[in-house]
Design a protein around this ligand. Structure first.
Ligand code: ZN
Length: 215
């Protein structure tokens, strides 16, 4: 039985999401890492004795990935992301990560594995959907048994969509990406900011799409 915890280690962080199954866990987006101790404590408390087997990055923005190095140092687990995200982390790129917007440096992280269309970590299996538009390296992650969709900054609940005015953003591409995830039969929606939806994920995505459809 998959359990999903929402962690909020710091004010500037995205929703840091911890997927638990049996004796292991997988982390979606470590957040900024600007408060390293709080991040490590939140993840450690969430794991509660389980072991962290992997980190998956929804995209390359600092408020989602800045804490990756801290997590790897503490837990020694592999990190997966798009080719674009892997490159931004390897370069410690302050522009494409948007770290400059936070007045912070982006610590380089080597060895991010470029994710394919599917990923298995222990008993968990994930479908990976490429969803650029908010950023070039955005992906959505569908956990196959619970059909929970981790959508990063592509769509949010209650009518929000990701910004397309940041470096590499593109509105028509974002629209195509949202259309692509509508038909996944997701049971629940876990965006990178704001609340999650465990009742009608598709209705939330359709509502959000309707706010940009005519732009
Ligand atoms: Zn973002």
């Amino acid at each position: 039985m998959v359990e999903i915890l929402e962690l909020h280690p710091g004010m500037m962080d995205c929703n840091v999401l911890l997927i638990l199954e049996g004796d292991m866990g997988v982390l979606i987006d470590p957040g900024t890492g600007m408060n390293r101790e709080k991040l490590l404590r939140a993840v450690g408390d969430g794991l509660n004795g389980r072991s962290l087997k992997g980190v998956i990055l929804t995209h390359e923005h600092f408020d989602h990935v800045g804490g990756t190095g801290a997590i790897v140092e503490e837990f020694g687990c592999p990190v997966y992301g798009s080719a674009e995200a892997a490159q931004v982390l390897a370069d410690g790129d302050p522009m494409r990560s948007g770290a400059f917007l936070f007045g912070s440096d982006m610590d380089p992280v080597d060895g991010v594995s470029v994710i394919g269309d599917n990923l298995e970590i222990g008993p968990l299996s994930f479908d990976i959907i490429r969803t650029p538009g908010h950023s070039p390296g955005s992906i959505c992650i569908l956990e196959c048994s619970s059909r929970a969709l981790f959508c990063g900054d592509v769509v949010f609940c209650d009518g929000g969509v990701g910004r397309w005015d940041l470096p590499g953003g593109h509105l028509p591409t974002l629209k195509e990406s949202i259309k692509r995830i509508l038909d996944l039969n997701a049971n629940s929606l876990y965006p990178g900011h704001g609340r999650s939806e465990t009742d009608d994920a598709r209705a939330q995505m359709e509502f959000s799409y309707s706010t940009i459809r005519h732009l």
